[in-house]
Design a protein around this ligand. Structure first.
Ligand code: GLU
Length: 466
């Protein structure tokens, strides 16, 4: 089979948004599934709107998602001479021509069409005049006047366009720069792209592009137009549906794997499976399973998937993503047995990395403050007796495993006749300064004997002076 070659071709006029990231992901997954080649091409011919910051932001977001490319980035702004060469080819083969109709004439044609309620269309005045290039001339493509152009789309199936609906559209402006549909086609041909997966907002460009492929005697790629992503209210996705920039989710504590998992489900499915790792997706992704209805962006679902990925990720890998959030809280941590323990007590109960960082603060605290109202209530005179007993038992044992700790607590329960909660709640308050925390045994095991006893003694002192 021929090598699959795909591309992601963003216009750098902003950050990488959810819809763009999904397009990149679909192309990347399809390529990796087929062991093909994935190219990054920056469509920066619109100088007014393209910025270097945006290029950096898009590349940064792709890196974060782990969407790597095999070639590029190529920049359209550096390829003008190639486009000119292809314009020449079409003129030489009689499939494009110079047009010097003044703007006033074109405006008049437009106005008349509007008046009569028909679609404005160039009337082909210069089509057969064989004009040479003049100062203000543009190059027009000589579109077929009748017949149909069929888009055989891998997602939408066949879409038929009447050629009479298209006009002799401009492919090069008077300053010689080529127009959008032309440069896309020349790039896709010269880069050997044979599969184009993109948003269905490009469907209407495709008949023009197909005609250009034909005129350049190039083989058509496979087109797969993916339905747009909508908000929950079925309106086109916009800021009011939640953050649109992919890296905003990174900054809120989402894992790239969760984002990937969520993005893929906005238009692709595999039975009713919801949770996918990247490896899983590379194995399973095909064009057949791209859906025909719009994906609906739902931040609650994304959050739930993030929690699942935090739970499912190996602690060492999770630490890599967690560390910046710890640093934000002035926690200098490295990955070791203690950190692994900290993560294992929190990964089942956190929705974001920010939650994990927040939940882990007490493990690293030099001392615990008892400002919380509920915590203060728990640190009463009954707690004092409990702490004395717990300290005594803890000092006697070296078995700080979950099972060993449970035995200690059972012993105290028997001796005092108290239920576990009555003992665990003040102990938790003393050790964490909070009324909720990970399970008491697993948490004490991670905290270790020394810190646990030190904190219980500090809480005793707090009770005595308050
Ligand atoms: N540059 C276009 C965009 O950002 C994509 C062009 C294409 O995929 O053909 O929408």
């Amino acid at each position: 089979m021929k090598e699959i070659v795909t591309r992601f071709a963003p216009s750098p006029s902003g950050y990488l948004h959810v819809g763009g990231a999904r397009t990149a992901l679909f192309n990347w997954l399809y390529t990796r599934h087929n062991k093909g080649k994935f190219i990054l091409r920056i469509e920066d011919t619109d100088k007014e709107r393209s910025t270097d910051e945006s290029i950096d932001a898009i590349i940064e977001a792709l890196n974060w998602l782990g969407i790597d490319y095999d070639e590029g980035p190529y920049f359209q702004s550096q390829r003008f001479s190639i486009y000119e060469e292809y314009i020449e080819k079409l003129i030489d083969s009689g499939q494009a021509y110079y047009c010097n109709c003044p703007q006033e004439r074109l405006d008049k044609i437009r106005q008349e069409a509007m008046k009569s309620g028909s679609k404005p269309k160039y009337d082909g005045k210069c089509r057969n005049l064989g004009l040479k290039r003049g100062e203000n001339s543009v190059v027009r493509f000589a579109s077929p006047l009748d017949g149909v152009t069929i888009l055989e789309d891998a997602v939408k199936k066949n879409i038929v366009f009447q050629n009479s609906e298209l006009d002799d559209f401009i492919i090069a402006r008077s300053d010689k720069t080529s127009t959008y549909n032309f440069v896309v086609v020349v790039d896709d041909i010269t880069m050997g792209i044979n599969t184009i997966i993109r948003g269905d907002d490009h469907v209407n460009n495709t008949p023009k592009q197909i005609l250009l492929y034909n005129a350049l005697y190039a083989r058509l790629p496979v087109f797969a137009h993916v339905p747009m992503v909508l908000g929950k209210d079925k309106a086109r996705l916009s800021k009011r549906h939640g953050a649109m920039s992919v890296t905003a989710y990174r900054d809120m504590g989402y894992l790239p794997d969760a984002m990937i998992n969520y993005l893929v489900r906005l238009g692709w499915s595999y039975g009713d499976q919801e949770f996918f790792t990247k490896e899983d997706l590379i194995e399973k992704f095909t064009l057949n399973n791209i859906g025909r209805s719009a994906g609906v962006f739902d931040t609650d679902k994304l959050l739930a998937l993030n929690a699942d990925h935090i739970k499912g990720m190996e602690p060492k890998k999770l630490f890599f993503y967690l560390n910046p959030f710890l640093k934000n809280k002035d926690i200098e941590a490295e990955y070791n047995g203690f950190m692994e323990g900290v993560i294992k007590t929190l990964n089942k109960r956190s929705k974001t990395l920010a939650d994990v960082a927040e939940g882990s603060e007490f493990y690293f605290a030099k001392s615990i403050s008892f400002e919380d109202e509920k915590v203060r209530k728990l640190l009463n005179s009954d707690a004092k007796d409990i702490f004395l007993m717990v300290i005594e038992q803890f000092e006697k044992t070296d078995d700080f495993s979950e099972a060993g700790l449970e035995k200690v607590f059972v012993k105290i329960m028997k001796r005092t006749g108290l239920k576990l909660g009555k003992i665990a709640s003040p102990v938790r308050a003393a050790l964490t300064g909070k009324s909720i925390s990970p399970g008491i045994f697993e948490m004490v095991e991670v905290l270790g004997k020394e810190k646990t006893i030190e904190r219980l003694k500090a809480a005793l002192e707090f009770i005595e002076i308050s």
